[in-house]
Design a binder for this molecule. Structure first.
Ligand code: DGJ
Length: 737
């Protein structure tokens, strides 16, 4: 039996303005002594001081030892809030583990066991691995804590049953401590067509718990749960945030304990028995990401963007302009019409063409065909070749829609293998949603069937891109033969299917779509290449959805389309300028029956596409800045190049203001020392664009105006009078003399 090592140092990781100090010096489960603003290099004396200064006092009528809130908080350490590990053996024993440290490595190097070792390990961005055990209860655990170069912290835990009989993990929650002053919560709600709606509340004693039982990330997922000093906004106020990277059932929580401690936490939400471990088995929880900012929400978004952009497989900046035909033709697949659309698209400068739902099996509407991934001879008598060849012949990539985890009752696969449909029993099917059921990919034969059919299609045609949809929640999602819950296994099987197809088809990109934006999280983005933000393409709604989706993921991963003038979801009518300027700050696409567009519209559209191509490198490498201060009616979204040499801003008027003139617009993020030329982007009728005196004076409208970064950031310029649901775009370039 191993025992607590004799020497355990304090570990201080620090980079990008953030420090995290991990303390396992007494051999107990590691606790975070500080997570927040960088502390600068620490000495051994500082380490000793930190350990002393952070010991909480012992209040009357509490445990005699000071409270310790570990990264997996434990009852035995005095934590009476949500425990890190909840689980037990069949006889009820083992529910109160006392996991203790057995070894620690930093970047793979052991830092334990040497009594002469320093009391402090200092590192920058690094990975720390704690091996833990409670031998008496037959449990082992591993806790991985990583500070990424972006300043984002991520942690994940796994538990191994080292005992002789089964142990069931009910939940595994990683917790990060945050100061009590951070008592305002900002997280997200939403629904189909209106994903990631921000909501604020006060954190009082108790748990702000966001649980998801949809079996997919959810349109209403908490997404990124922030706590901060009251009133924090895009650029002010200390803020901490947590994100659970998992596309199945999951939890986010902020908890304030009357003991005087506060945590942010996350983990998977396991259904009964999903965490059952036979002897020797391991359950691994998802990555839980943490972000800290001393100055509001923009630095948090920027740190997440840097994290994603630093991944080896991250997409390049030349995100192809995409045409998706869904809102143009829906299920009405007609080769002549689809090739017409391709011709117009290619002419406009579109680079990727995506054929959506309706090309396979009996799928002529949304009542049948899911699960039969073979080209329908009824609508495609010559296969997809005529369309694929036409599209690729025009120089565009071809993309295709699938919904791999789903099955229609009216499908060949459901008739042949009813046992593959997720259901709590042989006789009881879940209620349908969008007239469909879920195919159980945790059954190896079902996974193989879907894989083989998809692989065959991807091998037969030149397909660069899959739109991977998921149009219903998983309810009563069990393996039909046993009745046992299978959401956890389904989620992992989906990731494996994505990875396998990508490995077999190098260069293949996958879009994560789920009834719009119901599967947006950092784990699915480790297996895919962009998300579809929402089925609602109304630009007014998208202003809000894109702005908050970008709180976690960078613009190049957000599918952002220009739809027809009248929105198919809200029926509102918007100008092309507003639709295009809104879509510009994302991975641009078009979802509009272009055969119905006028010549003027097509000309204007081609100019927006050209602008996107000119600006996409900036958009997909720069820092996102936002503002909503200029009267609540005007929202500013901007991207500033890392070297501050360029920037692109959009000012959107999202509602009519009570004020006749709404003051000045300030451009955040510029270098105060440099001079910039600010030029309005004029596409369409210039007369519509500039009402501000500055822009109507002389040649300013074409030449632009020059001013220092300090003036543009601090003083700003008089806002134009804007009609509701319109926007202006400004390009700024540093003038290096
Ligand atoms: C839901 C998606 O979000 C839409 O874009 C479209 O692909 C439909 N499904 C197709 O059924």
């Amino acid at each position: 039996m191993s025992s607590t090592p004799t020497a355990l140092p304090l570990v201080h990781l620090s980079t990008a303005g953030v420090s995290i100090v991990l303390d396992a010096t007494d051999g107990r489960i590691p606790a975070v002594l500080h997570w927040g603003r960088a502390l600068g290099p620490l000495s051994a004396g500082d380490a000793a001081a930190l350990s002393l200064l952070t010991v909480p006092s012992v209040p009357t009528n509490a445990m005699d030892d000071p409270l310790r809130v570990g990264l997996l908080p434990q009852l035995g350490d005095g934590w009476l809030g949500t425990p890190g590990l909840v689980g037990s053996r069949e006889d009820g024993s083992g529910f109160a583990p006392r996991l203790a440290v057995r070894s620690v490595t930093v970047e793979g190097e052991s830092v334990t066991g040497d009594p002469a070792a320093d009391e402090l390990v200092e590192a920058g961005a690094a990975r720390v691995v704690f091996e833990l055990a409670d031998e008496e209860l037959g449990l082992g655990a591993r806790l991985v804590v990583e500070l990424l170069a972006s300043g984002i912290v991520r942690a994940r835990a796994h538990v191994t049953n080292t005992g002789a009989d089964a142990y069931t993990v009910e939940s595994l929650t990683v917790a990060l401590p945050v100061p009590l002053e951070a008592d305002e919560v900002l997280d997200f709600a939403g629904r189909w067509g209106k994903e990631r709606t921000p909501q604020r509340t006060r954190l009082t004693v108790g748990t702000h718990l966001r649980e998801n039982r949809r079996g997919r990330t959810g349109a209403d997922s908490a997404y990124l749960l922030h706590v901060g000093r009251p009133g924090f906004d895009f650029r002010a106020g200390e803020v901490w945030a947590v994100h659970t990277a998992f596309s199945g059932n999951h939890r986010h929580l902020a908890e304030r304990s009357s003991l005087g401690a506060q945590i942010l936490g996350g983990g998977e939400l396991l259904l009964p028995h999903e965490g059952r471990l036979a002897a020797g088995e391991t359950y691994q929880g998802p990555w839980v990401y943490g972000a800290y900012s001393p100055a509001g929400l923009d630095p948090i978004a920027q740190a997440f963007h840097r994290t994603l952009r630093a991944r080896p497989g991250h997409v390049d900046t030349a995100r192809p302009v995409t045409l998706n035909v869904w809102e143009a033709v829906y299920f009405d697949h007609d080769l002549a019409r689809l090739t017409d659309l391709a011709d117009i698209a290619a002419h406009l400068g579109v680079e990727r063409y995506v054929l959506d739902d309706g090309w396979f099996g009996s799928r002529r509407d949304d009542f049948s065909g899911l699960g039969d991934w073979e080209v329908s001879p009824d609508v495609w008598p010559h296969g997809l070749t005529p369309l694929v060849d036409h599209v690729t012949g025009l120089g565009m990539q071809f993309g295709l829609w699938f919904e791999p985890e789903m099955v229609s009752a009216d499908s060949d696969v459901a008739r042949a293998h009813p046992e593959w449909i997720m259901a709590p029993s042989a006789d009881r099917l879940p209620r349908e949603s969008r007239h469909q059921q879920v195919l159980n990919l945790s059954i190896p034969e079902a996974w193989q069937h879907v894989h083989d059919q998809m692989h065959a299609i991807l091998s037969a045609y030149d397909i660069a891109y899959i739109k991977w949809d998921h149009n219903r929640d998983l309810i009563e999602s069990a393996t039909r033969a046993t009745g046992a819950a299978a959401t956890h296994a389904q989620t992992l099987a989906t990731y494996r299917l994505m990875d396998t197809l990508k490995a077999e088809h190098p260069g293949l990109e996958i879009e994560s779509c789920a009834s719009g934006g119901a599967r947006v999280d950092l784990e699915v983005l480790d297996h895919s290449d962009r998300v579809w933000v929402s089925d609602c393409i109304d630009p007014l709604e998208r202003q809000q959805m894109n702005r908050w989706t970008a709180q976690l993921i960078p613009l190049e991963l957000m599918g952002s389309h220009i739809a027809s003038g009248r929105s198919h979801t809200t029926t509102r009518l918007h100008s092309l300028a507003f639709r295009a300027a809104t879509a510009l700050f994302g991975h641009l696409g078009i979802e509009w029956d272009l055969t119905q567009a006028s010549e003027t519209e097509l000309t204007e559209l081609s100019r927006w596409i050209a602008l996107y191509k000119e600006q996409r490198e900036l958009l997909f490498t720069g820092d996102l800045v936002r503002d909503g201060e200029v009267d609540d009616a005007l929202w500013l979204t901007g991207v500033v190049a890392g070297d501050r040499s360029r920037a692109l801003y959009e000012v959107a008027c999202v509602t009519s203001s009570d004020l006749a003139v709404v003051g000045r617009i300030r451009f955040p993020g510029l270098d105060p020392e440099r001079r910039y030329r600010i030029e309005p982007v004029v596409i369409g009728d210039p007369a519509r664009v500039h009402e501000s005196p500055a822009w109507s004076a002389g040649e300013a409208i074409t030449r632009g105006i020059e001013a220092s970064g300090a003036i543009l950031t601090q003083v700003g310029f008089a806002a134009p009078q804007m009609s509701p649901e319109s926007s202006r775009v400004y390009a700024l370039t540093a003038i290096d003399r």
